[in-house]
Design a protein around this ligand. Structure first.
Ligand SMILES: NC(=O)c1ccc[n+]([C@@H]2O[C@H](COP(=O)([O-])OP(=O)(O)OC[C@H]3O[C@@H](n4cnc5c(N)ncnc54)[C@H](OP(=O)(O)O)[C@@H]3O)[C@@H](O)[C@H]2O)c1
Length: 370
């Protein structure tokens, strides 16, 4: 529960509340979007349809979005009366939001000032920022500062998404719950970039020459997947493992052996010899042995699956195919986390601090415990 010492319930939740098993009577969960890019737009479309939640503000810096109605930008055929603004303080002061869904960048240092503003306005935050999903390994003083600010303002901050946040950490961690002993865990997530949106195909270098990819990697215009270290540390922290070493190998190109056409409109078609996408792996060492291995494969024409192998008592081998669709699942994990974050004690939390993840198919207010 949030700290209610000051006698205030968070913003809209302060309406009439009926405790017990009956549905609560209160205002809808008030949501501000910070970032109206690929993910923010998908979250908006999902939330517009969602019972018990309403979008009360939208923030972005992009010149082609600021000043426009959110409904128009996200492509629903109606205006929502929410104008996208680049003035964070003005939006947060007016919105009286319960939660801010934050989708701008992957890096803790960049997101800190954006998240700090929400905290100052007493607004909970759920963010797709990969480094925020386990931020202490990135910048411990900054993570502590966010934690301290969140506690002071009585709100909660979570970094999550499909990966990091679910497919390569929360799900395998949950599987270990059925094991008496765990010696080692490996997860492979392999996804076919031909099925993914065009910016994703570009993000994995599909269609580039190997030389051009090398240059883009050097210039950090292409970074590959961010979050393997976060997932490894989430798993280790859940199991109480003290790791001797965590390594993430450099991003490896996958070169096409055949022509592969995009399955989405406007996407890339690659020829043999061009870059099909990327492979990345990370692992952790404990007592001289590899105990966690994560393999991420994302290229045009890849087989689609997630494979979970737990070497333990009993062993667990589980394959999910096709793999979880990243965009759909990220929106799901973020929106489904809203009530858990609102219900959580104040502070900077990880997925390991919250109750087991679950969908929110009913009215969002049903899942709020206070
Ligand atoms: N954890 C996960 O599983 C997961 C899943 C999906 C995405 N992600 C991450 O989530 C982030 C967002 O993804 P996306 O695909 O939505 O990215 P995107 O399409 O680039 O959207 C980001 C939006 O935020 C805006 N923005 C950037 N900096 C801002 C600032 N300081 N203030 C206000 N708005 C700002 C951008 O504007 P401009 O275009 O003008 O820069 C853009 O409209 C990425 O870092 C991505 O890697 C994580």
């Amino acid at each position: 529960m949030h700290d209610l010492e000051d006698g205030c319930l968070p913003n809209a939740l302060s309406a009439v509340i009926t405790y017990g098993s009956e549905a609560r009577e209160m205002g809808k969960v008030r949501v501000v979007l910070f970032g109206v890019g690929a993910m923010g737009r998908r979250m908006a479309r999902f939330l517009i349809e969602k019972e018990g939640a309403e979008i009360v503000g939208a923030i972005d810096i992009s010149k082609d979005k600021v000043g426009r109605d959110l409904g128009e930008v996200v492509g629903v055929n109606k205006t929502l009366g929410v104008e996208i603004s680049n003035d964070t303080n003005a939006v947060l002061s007016k919105a009286k939001a319960d939660v801010m869904l934050h989708t701008t960048t992957s890096f803790l240092k960049h997101v800190y000032p954006q998240i700090a503003k929400a905290l100052e306005h007493g607004v909970n935050v759920v963010s797709t920022c990969e480094e925020l999903s386990y931020p202490y390994i990135v910048d411990e003083p900054l993570a502590r500062k966010i934690d301290e600010m969140a506690r002071r303002h009585g709100v909660t901050v979570l970094g999550t998404g499909v990966n990091p946040g679910f497919a390569m950490d929360t799900l395998p961690i949950t599987l270990t719950g059925a094991c008496q002993k765990v010696k080692a865990i490996s997860v492979t997530r392999s996804l076919d970039a031909a099925n993914r949106r065009v910016p994703f195909q570009k993000k994995v270098g599909a269609g580039l020459s190997p030389q051009d990819l090398e240059q883009k990697l050097e210039e950090r215009e292409i970074t590959g997947h961010v979050g393997l270290e976060q997932s490894i540390n989430l798993i280790a922290s859940a199991l109480g493992w003290e790791l001797e070493d965590v390594k993430v190998a450099p991003v490896e190109p996958v070169i096409a052996e055949r022509r592969v056409a995009s399955k989405v409109k406007g996407g890339v078609t690659i020829e043999a010899g061009q870059v099909a996408g990327l492979k990345q792996s990370g692992w952790a060492i404990k007592e001289g042995k590899r105990v966690i291995t994560l393999d991420m494969q994302m290229y045009m024409g890849a087989e689609e699956y997630e494979l979970y192998k737990i070497e333990g008592v009993p062993p667990i081998n589980m394959k999910n195919t096709p793999c979880m669709q990243g965009d759909l699942s990220t929106v799901a994990v973020i929106v489904n986390s809203i009530p858990k974050v609102i219900n959580a004690p104040p502070g900077l939390v990880t997925m390991m601090d919250l109750p087991i993840p679950s969908a929110t198919p009913e009215d969002m207010r049903k899942y709020i415990k206070k």
